[in-house]
Design a protein around this ligand. Structure first.
Ligand code: KIV
Ligand code: ZN
Length: 564
C-alpha cells in the first residue's frame, strides 16, 4: 500500500515539567532578520538577478529591517557580486547589518570574508548540520566529529574577523537541522562554539535555532527553545534566534511560541517564500503583533507595494487568501458577514479600539479600501447589495425593496456564476426599477387640495403626444391611482411606499419606491426626480406600466378594461 501512515514514527516530545512559555504574552517585537535574499533566493526556480536582489533589498530597508541576510557569497558568484555591489556602492544604510551565510568549511569561510571586505558592520552566519539523520546518514560522523566541524568553523570565523578590525562583526552559529537534534547535543555544540567566541567578553553572538524541517507541533518547538535557553552556557550574553520552516504549515505559530519561550530574534521572509513549503512569513507574524496592539517595528502599511515587489522578484504570485496581504482577506461575500461588518463600521467612532466583526485589523491600515470589503456574489444577501448601491450611488433602498432586488442580483450571479460588480448592480437596478418607458413619462402634474381631498391632473406620455388624466383621492398617490384605474379599468392597491431625500452627488434630489397590487399582480418600481412628488408619481406610472404593458400607453387604452 503506497499511502501507509505506519511508515512514519511520531516525534518524541520534550520531557519537561517546568514549562513557563504557555503563560507568556508577547509584548515586544523580536529582532527581525529577513532572509529573503538567501534562503528565499536559494528556493526559487529561477534565482533572482542582481537587479531583483537590489530591488528587494531596498524594500526590506524601507520596511525597517535592520538585519538582512543578503546571500551565500561563497557558494554563488551572483551572491558574491551582489555583496560587493552593496559594499562598493555604499548601498547599506548605517543602521543596517548585512548577514551572509557560510557552511563551516575553511575555503567557504575564507571566501565569505573576501566578499565582506570593507563593510562597516556584518553578521557572519556559519552553520553545520547536527541532527541524528544527518550525522548518521549524510556525514557518517559521530557527535564529536560534528562538534569539531562547528568549533573549527567558529575558530576560523573569529580569527579572520580579528584581521579586519575596522568592521564591527557579529558572529552567528546555526546547528542546522536543530529540530532533529537531541537537545543535550545541540546545547553541547552551541556551548563549544560560544566557548570560542566568548560573548561574555563582549563579542556579539547570535545562536540561531532552525526548524530546518518542521517536525512537530509548535508547542514542541517552544519546549525545545525553552529547554535550550535554560541549559546553555552564557545565555544572558547571547541573542537566541529562531528560523522556522513551514513543512506542517505552522512556521508562524512555531516562531510565536518560540518567542514566548525566550527567543529574542526571528528569521523569515516576506510572504513566507523559502525552501519547500517556505520560511516563516515575516508579514504575517509582524501583522499578528500589530493586531494585538504591539509595535511590530516594521512599516507594513504599503501592502500592495510589498506584494508587488515580492512577486516581481520571486516570480511567485501572492495567494488571494494570504493573511493580511491577499486580495480576498478583507472581503466578505456572505450576507451575514457583510451585515455584521456594515453595522460595526457604522457604529465605530474614531479613536476607539478596533472591534469590527470578521475583520481582525482595519484594512485601511495596510492600504486597502473599504470598497473591497463588501463584494457581491450569489451568496450575498440583501444587505450587501443595498450597501453597494448606497456606498457607490447614494441610493438607499427600503427593506422590502432590498429583499426583492437582491433576488434579481442573486439570479444574475447564479446565471453568470461569479462576482457581480457595483456597476452591474446599478445597471440591474436601473433596468428593473428605474427605467421609464417614454410613453409613461411624467410630463407635469397639478394637484388641488380642497375639503374633499386632492384632485390630480397629470400629464404623461411621449413628448409629442402626452395625455392628461384626472382623478380624485385623499392624497396625491390615491388621486393619480384613481385616474389610472378609470383609464384602464384596473384596481390599484398600494402595498408599500417609501421616499428618500438624496444627498449630494446626484442630479436628482429624491428617490421614491413603490410596490402595488394591480388587479392581482404585484409590481414595483422606483423613480428619481428633482422633487418627491414627481419621483412618487413617476414610480407609480412605471409600476402600473409593468402590468398594463409598457407599449400600451395611457393614451391608447381609452378606458378599455385590462386583463392581467
Ligand atoms: O533552514 C535552515 O536550517 C537554514 C540554516 C542555514 C539556518 O536555512
Ligand atoms: Zn532555512
Amino acid at each position: 500500500m503506497a499511502f501507509d501512515y505506519r511508515k512514519y514514527a511520531a516525534f518524541k516530545p520534550v520531557r519537561k515539567t517546568d514549562r513557563r512559555w504557555p503563560d507568556q504574552v508577547i509584548e515586544k517585537a523580536p529582532t527581525w532578520c529577513a532572509v529573503d535574499l538567501r534562503d528565499g533566493n536559494q528556493a526559487l526556480v529561477k534565482p533572482m538577478t542582481v537587479a531583483q536582489k537590489q530591488r528587494l533589498f531596498d524594500l526590506l530597508v524601507k520596511l525597517g529591517f535592520k538585519e538582512i541576510e543578503i546571500g551565500f557569497p561563497s557558494a554563488s558568484q551572483p551572491d558574491f557580486d551582489f555583496c560587493r555591489k552593496l559594499i562598493d556602492e555604499g548601498r547599506i544604510p548605517d543602521d543596517v547589518k548585512i548577514q551572509v551565510l557560510t557552511q563551516a568549511r575553511p575555503e567557504l569561510i575564507e571566501r565569505t570574508y573576501e566578499a565582506l571586505k570593507g563593510v562597516k558592520q556584518a553578521i557572519v552566519h556559519v552553520y553545520n548540520s547536527t541532527s541524528t539523520v544527518q550525522r548518521e546518514q549524510v556525514f557518517g560522523l559521530d557527535r564529536a566529529g560534528i562538534r569539531e566541524i562547528a568549533v573549527k568553523g567558529a575558530i576560523q570565523v573569529r580569527d579572520l574577523a580579528a584581521k579586519a578590525p575596522e568592521t564591527e562583526w557579529t558572529f552567528q552559529y546555526s546547528p542546522e537541522s536543530f529540530t532533529g537534534t537531541e537537545l543535550d547535543f545541540a546545547a553541547e555544540v552551541v556551548d563549544a562554539v560560544t566557548e570560542v567566541w566568548r560573548p561574555d567578553q563582549g563579542q556579539p553572538v547570535i545562536i540561531n535555532l532552525p526548524a530546518t524541517v518542521e517536525m512537530a507541533t509548535p508547542n514542541v518547538f517552544a519546549d525545545q527553545i525553552e529547554w535550550i535557553c535554560d541549559n546553555i552556557q552564557r545565555r544572558e550574553h547571547l541573542s537566541i534566534s529562531v528560523h522556522t520552516h513551514n513543512d506542517r504549515g505552522c512556521a508562524v505559530a512555531a516562531a510565536e511560541l518560540a518567542v514566548m519561550a525566550g527567543a529574542d530574534r526571528v528569521e523569515g521572509t516576506l510572504m513566507g517564500n523559502g525552501e519547500r513549503t517556505g520560511n516563516m512569513d515575516l508579514v504575517t507574524m509582524a501583522m499578528n503583533l500589530y493586531s494585538q496592539g504591539v509595535d511590530p517595528t516594521l512599516d507594513l502599511s504599503g501592502m500592495s507595494e510589498i506584494t508587488e515587489v515580492v512577486e516581481a522578484c520571486t516570480e511567485i504570485s501572492t495567494h488571494p487568501r494570504h493573511p493580511y496581504a491577499g486580495e480576498l482577506v478583507f472581503t466578505a461575500f456572505s450576507g451575514s458577514h457583510q451585515d455584521a461588518i456594515r453595522k460595526c463600521l457604522a457604529r465605530r467612532t474614531e479613536g476607539e479600539a478596533w472591534n469590527v466583526a470578521y475583520l481582525p485589523i482595519d484594512p485601511f491600515d495596510v492600504g486597502r479600501r473599504y470598497e473591497e470589503v463588501v463584494r457581491i456574489n450569489s451568496q450575498s444577501g440583501k444587505g450587501g447589495v443595498a450597501y453597494v448601491l448606497e456606498r457607490d450611488y447614494n441610493i438607499s433602498l427600503p427593506r422590502w425593496l432590498q429583499i426583492e432586488f437582491s433576488k434579481t442580483v442573486q439570479r444574475e450571479a447564479e446565471t453568470n456564476g461569479g462576482e457581480i460588480d457595483s456597476l452591474t448592480i446599478h445597471r440591474l437596478f436601473e433596468e428593473r426599477y428605474l427605467k421609464v418607458h417614454q410613453d409613461w413619462e411624467l410630463r407635469g402634474y397639478d394637484l388641488h387640495r380642497d375639503a374633499n381631498g386632492v384632485r390630480a391632473d397629470v400629464t404623461v406620455g411621449a413628448e409629442v403626444e402626452p395625455v392628461t388624466l384626472q382623478g380624485h383621492g385623499l392624497g396625491a398617490v390615491e388621486a393619480v391611482s384613481d385616474a389610472l384605474e378609470q383609464r384602464f379599468g384596473i384596481a390599484i392597491a398600494v402595498e408599500a411606499y417609501d421616499e428618500f431625500a438624496l444627498g449630494e452627488g446626484t442630479n436628482a434630489n429624491a428617490l421614491a419606491c413603490i410596490r402595488l397590487m394591480v388587479n392581482e399582480t404585484h409590481c414595483s418600481a422606483a423613480a428619481l426626480a428633482e422633487d418627491t412628488t414627481s419621483a412618487t408619481l413617476q414610480a407609480l406610472f412605471s409600476a402600473v406600466a409593468q402590468v398594463v404593458g409598457a407599449s400600451r400607453t395611457a393614451k391608447q387604452s381609452d378606458g378599455e378594461a385590462v386583463e392581467v
